[in-house]
Design a protein around this ligand. Structure first.
Ligand code: BEZ
Ligand code: FE
Length: 305
């Protein structure tokens, strides 16, 4: 072994040894895994001191760009595919697939009743969104909380346009009725570019990547006895549906926002004229169903007893 290789190995060994006394075993595992991989990266790619300094400057700029309504670190994790990877490894046990949270869930959604409009601007093209929340066995879930947020027809979230949009535009916190159902009025959201005025935008330009996300509506669904779910529905005919800047599209989440020109249906919703409609189920998984992580933990605890 050369002197350099021995020094490299002892740096890794010393760093790993520094975690010896960590009492939380999971924290120890995560830190050791991180150090092993970071050291491996440096030893393989051998960045120069200038390149390392540039990386530190970049991460500093990412932190400095963050405030109460801007989360550049989430954005960085998103464009590197890490957010989506965390969603993916956390599996899928028969419920609706999850996808990224994104950086715009930064204000509390106003409580709203089923049938309300979340479009506080008015003047847009009407869209009705109708959702049924069920468990994996198909049973409707009454009283589930459904947090919704979306951008405008122009592709901006309320927090991106203070003074133009009122805070809470495009947002709502709903509860399902006895049949697990809720609906709301809105506009069809647009595809939009993720924010590119910060260091993440610099990274996209340096790698000649486009910044667009296909049109979607965000949901966080929470029901008693079930795992909370963070997901989207994507508008089927949206531009960029096949090239999301943050890799978050899953085929099962793509929904038709079809045009409805049916007076009887309009009357049922209490609206007039043609409108776009999206109707879908969101399925959440019981907290401990066979094969789920908590259930596996419970089984192995019982086996060890
Ligand atoms: C969003 O959908 O709000 C979003 C997700 C990832 C990056 C930027 C925006
Ligand atoms: Fe979004």
């Amino acid at each position: 072994m050369t002197g350099t290789a021995a020094a490299e190995e002892s740096t890794t060994a010393d760093t790993l040894a520094s975690f010896e006394k960590t009492s939380d075993p999971r924290l120890k595992e995560l830190l050791e895994g991180l150090v092993l991989r970071l050291h491996g990266y440096v030893r393989e790619l051998r960045p120069t001191l200038e390149e390392w300094e540039r990386a530190v400057e970049f991460l500093t700029a990412v932190g400095q760009k963050c405030d109460n309504t801007r989360q550049e670190f989430i954005l960085l994790s998103d464009v590197l595919g890490v957010s989506m990877m965390v969603e993916t490894v956390n599996g899928h046990g028969g419920g609706t697939e999850s996808t990224v949270l994104g950086p715009f869930h930064v204000v509390e959604s106003p409580a709203r009743d089923s049938g309300d409009s979340i479009d506080l601007m008015g003047g847009g093209k009407l869209c009705v969104v109708s959702v049924r929340v069920t468990s994996t066995d198909g049973a409707p879930l009454a009283g589930a909380s459904v947090d919704v947020w979306q951008c405008t027809e122009e592709g901006f979230y309320d927090v991106q346009q203070p003074g133009v949009q009122p805070l809470g535009n495009g947002r709502g916190l709903f509860r399902t009725d006895g049949e697990g159902h809720l609906w709301f009025r809105t506009v069809v959201p647009s595809h939009y570019p993720i924010p590119t005025d910060g260091p993440v935008g610099e990274l996209l330009r340096a790698t000649e990547r486009h910044p667009y996300r296909p049109a979607h509506i965000h949901f966080i669904v929470a029901a008693d006895g079930h795992r909370p779910l963070t997901t989207h529905v994507f508008v089927a005919d949206s531009p960029h549906i096949d090239s999301d800047a943050v890799f978050a599209v899953k085929e099962s989440l793509v929904v038709d926002f079809g045009l409805v020109d049916d007076e009887e249906k309009a009357r049922r919703y209490g609206v007039t004229g043609p409108f776009r409609e999206a109707e879908f189920d969101i399925v959440v998984e019981p907290e401990s169903q066979p094969g789920s992580e908590p259930e596996r933990e419970r089984e192995s605890e019982e086996a060890g007893r």
